[in-house]
Structure formats: structure tokens, C-alpha cells
Unconditional design. Structure first.
Length: 125
């Protein structure tokens, strides 16, 4: 297809332009084998650089995501421990299991487990 396009375009060239075209085409044909090798070398180097940048970018994103998740888990764990501490204090002050569950939003089974812990600690003391 490009040869056909060349033929159509060549008909419109002046004699001087035709000479310049032939010279540039010969120059290109002489240099083409060397240019291809450099192109592939450049392509390989570019791919290596791109791969390294991609790995670094992925690592940075992974670290950021890990830190975010770690903070989120830490906050959740802290909130859960605070609820347990509040429940233990409420149980020590004689507040019913049902009311402690409503106040802390902890399941009744969890409150019952905390009460057993509290009773076993008191019996050991």
C-alpha cells in the first residue's frame, strides 16, 4: 500500500524534488539496518525502565494501602477494646448484662463471657 502511495505522490514531484527523494531513499536504505538495531535496543531499554518504574509504583501503592489498612485495623481494635473496658466497668458496678449490651453494642454472649472472666478473677483474689 505504501508503494502505491509513493507512486501516486512521485508523479507530482518536480525533477529537483525527485532527485532529493531518490537520494533520501538511498540514504535511508543504507542506514536502515543500523537504525533497526538501535531502535530495538532503545525499545528494550525503555521496557526495562518502564518495568522498574511500574514495580516501584506498585510497591509504593502497596505500602500506602498497607499503612491505611493497618491504621484502620488499629482504630477498630482500639474501639473494640474500649467497648470491652466499658462493659467490664459496668459489670463491676452491677449493671445488668442486657443494659451493658445496649450501651456498648456488644453481643450479649460477649458480655456474658466478660462477666465469667470478671467472676473468675474475683474468685482468685
Amino acid at each position: 500500500f505504501s508503494d502505491l502511495l509513493d507512486m501516486i505522490m512521485l508523479d507530482k514531484l518536480t525533477p529537483t524534488e525527485m532527485e532529493e527523494y531518490k537520494t533520501s531513499k538511498l540514504d535511508y536504505e543504507d542506514l536502515a539496518p543500523y537504525m533497526t538495531g538501535h531502535y530495538h535496543l532503545g525499545e528494550r531499554n525503555g521496557m526495562k525502565i518502564g518495568e522498574k518504574k511500574g514495580i516501584l509504583l506498585g510497591m509504593r501503592q502497596g505500602i500506602r494501602q498497607g499503612v491505611r489498612q493497618g491504621i484502620q485495623q488499629g482504630v477498630q481494635q482500639g474501639a473494640f477494646q474500649e467497648k470491652q473496658s466499658t462493659a467490664l466497668n459496668a459489670l463491676k458496678n452491677g449493671i445488668s448484662i442486657d443494659l451493658v449490651s445496649k450501651i456498648t453494642n456488644l453481643p450479649v454472649a460477649e458480655i456474658e463471657q466478660l462477666q465469667k472472666q470478671l467472676l473468675s478473677n474475683n474468685s482468685e483474689a
